[in-house]
Design a binder for this molecule. Structure first.
Ligand code: PLP
Length: 451
């Protein structure tokens, strides 16, 4: 049988992609065939520098030998064992390692397959926990506008980008959203630090107005991706922690993007000096070699789930592919690679270099704010730096820069008003130079066409 041409629109149209206008995609397809380190190749043989680690995923780079060898060995032993019946050695080993690495007394680990599952698991656990400890009225989940916690309905209900949410409304009940922290464009029109962190204190007000006896949890990303890598001031997350403690609300940190060394520490919780009650991981957890996510919660919470069998107080939740031995093997090998090769130190060093190069790059005066930590950087694009006036919406300037970069062989995250860079934690100095040279040339080309 002849092979189908993999870039033929008639062949491609059957393969519906995520968050993607398919009519455009089939005309300008991107079909990846292989990867090595920070590079990807498409089926036509074109090379791309993957300055986004897939989508904040491939922490150890593509085609990592240690991860592949571990998975191949595991494949010969066991590929599937449902967590409904029992567990398996890689899952036990990974859970133990995560319990050791996680901050504070977070030591109970449920292994899952996607970030959406991990955040929904966290929210469900909080609801059941409060019922179990005799406070069944605590069920609401507070989250932030601009937050993104996944695409399934429960996770989406806690997410705050209208275009991602409104097509599927009405959302499940019991979710309350608050404005996010965004010092460059404060939703309360205040300036840091004179604001005294009004946005954090507003969360307290909302919980008090909702009634703390109705609120189960607050879920936040330590650094928000949507909106352009929104880094909070250092006191913001500790303040949220204090508010949760004062009002008996559980704090869930969604570290899907910031976890596994991305911000220059194993978890952003460490960067900001905060211990959550629950931690959600995914993306970089297995570097994308197999679907893997995890929800980790504290010994204090888990205590409410131990008991006699007849009491029937197990956590009433689980998914077919959770604790998959092949995924757990990939996760364990990827974490060992991060630790043994000091990829976190590399993220700090290369991140500092990347930030410096980005700051030197603004020849056109359009980089309104450059913000990030470790190897997670965002650039908000503006027409006028003095007034922070954005470009005309129809220009979709960030999208143009992203498309130009892709045409030149560089993959970045791009939105109409910002772009982000987050290469694998293995990135070298020469590769940072290559990213920045390609990016600068892409910005020049787009700006030259505008004038
Ligand atoms: C912060 C955050 N949480 C949750 C998710 C959902 O993860 P998944 O797409 O694996 O379901 C994402 C995905 O982009 C994310 O960025």
């Amino acid at each position: 049988m002849p092979q189908p041409k993999l870039t033929d629109p008639e062949v491609l149209r059957h393969n519906v992609l995520a968050f993607r206008q398919m009519s455009t995609f089939v005309r300008e397809p991107l079909v990846f065939e292989r990867g090595e380190g920070v590079y990807l190749w498409d089926v036509e043989g074109r090379r791309y520098l993957d300055a986004l680690s897939g989508i904040f995923v491939v922490a150890v780079g593509h085609h990592n030998r240690r991860v592949l060898d571990a998975m191949q060995a595991q494949m010969e032993r066991l590929c599937f064992a449902p967590m409904f019946h029992g567990t398996n050695p890689p899952a036990i080993q990974l859970a133990e390692l995560l319990a050791e690495l996680a901050p504070g007394d977070l030591d109970s680990v449920m292994l899952l397959s996607s970030g959406s599952e991990a955040t929904e698991t966290a929210m469900k656990l909080c609801r059941q926990y409060w019922k179990q400890v005799g406070r069944p009225t605590k069920y609401k989940v507070i989250s932030r506008y601009y937050g993104y916690h996944g695409a399934t309905l429960g996770a989406m209900a806690a997410s705050g980008t209208p275009s991602r949410r409104t097509p599927f409304e009405p959302m499940p009940a019991g979710y309350v959203r608050v404005p996010t922290v965004h010092c460059y464009r404060c939703p309360f029109d205040r300036d840091y630090p004179e604001c005294g962190l009004f946005c954090a204190d507003y969360v307290r007000q909302v919980i008090e107005l909702e009634g703390p006896e109705t609120v189960a949890a607050l879920i936040v990303e330590p650094i928000g991706n949507t909106g352009g890598i929104l880094v909070p001031p250092p006191e913001y997350l500790p303040r949220l922690r204090q508010i949760c403690d004062d009002l008996d609300v559980l704090l869930i940190l969604d570290e899907m993007i910031t976890g596994m060394g991305r911000t220059g520490a194993m978890f952003a919780a460490e960067v900001f000096g905060v211990t959550p009650d629950l931690l959600c991981l995914g993306k970089g957890l297995a570097s994308g070699y197999a679907p893997l996510a995890a929800t980790i919660w504290s010994a204090r919470l888990q205590e409410a789930f131990w008991g006699a069998e007849e009491a029937n107080i197990e956590f009433g939740h689980g998914q077919t592919y959770g604790g998959n031995p092949l995924s757990a093997t990939a996760g364990y090998a990827s974490i060992r690679e991060i630790l043994d090769c000091d990829l976190i130190g590399n993220a700090r060093r290369m991140g500092a270099l990347l930030a410096q190069r980005l700051r030197e790059m603004d020849r056109h005066g359009i980089m309104g704010e450059i913000r990030g930590k470790g190897l997670l950087w965002g650039v908000e694009l503006v027409q006028d730096k003095a007034t922070k006036a954005p470009f005309a919406a129809e220009l979709r300037i960030g999208k143009r820069i992203g498309a130009e970069a892709q045409a030149r062989g560089l993959i970045i995250r791009h939105d109409p008003d910002w772009f982000a860079i987050a290469p694998p934690l293995t990135v070298t100095e020469a590769e940072i130079d290559e990213i920045c040279d390609l990016l600068a040339a892409s910005i020049d080309a787009v700006m030259d066409r505008l004038t």
